[in-house]
Design a protein around this ligand. Structure first.
Ligand SMILES: Cc1cc2nc3c(=O)[nH]c(=O)nc-3n(C[C@H](O)[C@H](O)[C@H](O)COP(=O)(O)OP(=O)(O)OC[C@H]3O[C@@H](n4cnc5c(N)ncnc54)[C@H](O)[C@@H]3O)c2cc1C
Length: 382
């Protein structure tokens, strides 16, 4: 296996384990996961059994102690076969990052050693993609906290163990406060299962919280400081891993498109689709676009690791670079596969549908363009 992510020995060992799970468990189930819109429980179990749900948890908690570079490598590998599973994984990793920073020891161990699956529950029916201004509430209730709110499209809803949940502050000034909420807490309901266009396996569904009681110790960060947690701790991991998922999808689709155009023939002269120079040109354009994103993503990872001056710009750009390029590359993959691209067995159409999600997952591409424009013009982002 090439070491394009420049992983250390431990990172390479982990990636090899993920590669094996992807080949033996994830890929064989990918078509059914998509067709049935089924949560890929076996994939998550395989990851848990290999200790991979503790990828970003500290070693002293029982985790793997890895950082953003390994998270990117893992997300990209899984997305080559099953973007739904990759999205569940990156949501878990983002939630883990907040839990590692601010959670109690028991909570951190729940993820690191007991393999609990976590996700982000930020997006609300009221504030939609503007997750930084939740309208759900948190009120003091005796010694604890009472949460009320309505979340939309939460990955792994009802399938995970923990939600990293946003609300308005309890008492402090500020836009939000973050909580760790057990998925079996009384008062949480999921109204309808997910039946989406793409990422059909990731179980994104609305969740309503009605008088859900949590302890004060489940707060992640200070009351009123949720914005800092979202932007300073979670956003770099979310945007950079989202780019990795887009990259993996592009690699997965290109590999399947190449398989089709190099094996399908015109019987009158036995020529292949790939013998057409126009088709090879589209394949070449795709290769160049994918490699540009790969090089960019590697630089973004370094910017985060080294906390370079341009880190915020790179973080904002990374999700856009992956999302926008994947739309172009998946269009090309559909084109070169022709009518066959509409067949499920060629599998390119699955990646085509899956690739649409990154643009509308918050922070949405249009908002990111606004932030990048402001940053480039020296204006405050908010
Ligand atoms: C498959 C999937 C999984 C998801 N998983 C999760 C999850 O695990 N956790 C979670 O919290 N959320 C999740 N979401 C929700 C997601 O993060 C977004 O909040 C949601 O998709 C936004 O949709 P909306 O219709 O509410 O957006 P709207 O806010 O209605 O935006 C619609 C459009 O308006 C434009 N727009 C909006 N805001 C701006 C702006 N500031 N500047 C410029 N243009 C703007 C954009 O063109 C945008 O696409 C998921 C969504 C999907 C599709």
């Amino acid at each position: 296996m090439s070491n394009s992510w420049k992983l250390n020995e431990e990172g390479l060992r982990i990636l090899a384990a993920v590669d094996r799970i992807a080949r033996e468990v994830i890929e064989p189930r990918a078509a059914t996961t998509d067709k049935e819109g089924r949560f890929p429980r076996e994939n998550i179990d395989a990851m848990r059994n290999a200790g991979l749900l503790g990828l970003l948890s500290a070693k002293e908690m029982g985790g793997q102690g890895q950082g953003i570079r390994s998270a990117v490598a893992v997300a990209e590998r899984i997305a080559r076969d099953c973007p739904s599973t990759a999205m569940i994984t990156i949501m878990h990793n983002c939630a883990t990052t907040a839990i590692e920073h601010f959670g109690t020891e028991d909570l951190r161990k729940a993820v690191a050693t007991r393999g609990q699956l976590a996700t982000l529950a930020f997006s609300e029916t009221g504030s939609r993609s503007h997750f930084w201004v939740p309208v759900g509430t948190a009120e003091r209730n005796g010694n604890g906290i009472r949460l009320n709110g309505s979340k939309q499209l939460i990955t792994a809803a009802g399938k995970c163990d923990l939600y990293v949940w946003s609300s308005k502050p309890v008492a402090a000034q500020g836009l939000s406060t973050i909580w760790a909420v057990p998925s079996d807490a009384k008062g949480l309901t999921i109204s309808a299962p997910f039946d989406g266009l793409g990422l059909r396996g990731n179980g994104s569904a609305p969740i309503t919280a009605r008088d859900v009681l949590v302890s004060e110790s489940s707060r992640l960060g200070e009351d009123g400081k949720g914005f800092d947690v979202m932007m300073g701790v979670i956003l770099p991991y979310f945007n950079v891993q989202s780019c990795a998922v887009s990259l993996g999808m592009m690699e997965g689709a290109l590999a399947r498109a190449v398989q089709h155009v190099t094996n399908s023939r015109y019987s009158y002269d036995s020529s292949k689709i790939a013998d057409l120079p126009q088709v090879r040109g589209h394949i070449a354009r795709s290769r160049v676009k994918i490699d540009l994103v790969r090089g960019f993503l590697l630089d973004a990872v370094e910017a985060v690791e080294q906390q370079r001056d341009d880190v915020m710009l790179r973080v904002l750009e990374s999700k856009v670079a992956g999302a926008e390029t994947s739309l172009e590359v998946l269009d090309l993959a559909m084109r070169v596969c022709g009518g066959a691209a509409f067949r499920k067995d060629v599998a390119v159409e699955r990646f085509f549908r899956d690739s649409r999600a990154a643009t509308v997952m918050a922070p949405v591409t249009d908002a990111l363009y606004d932030f990048i424009g402001k940053s480039t013009c020296g204006m405050p982002l908010f």
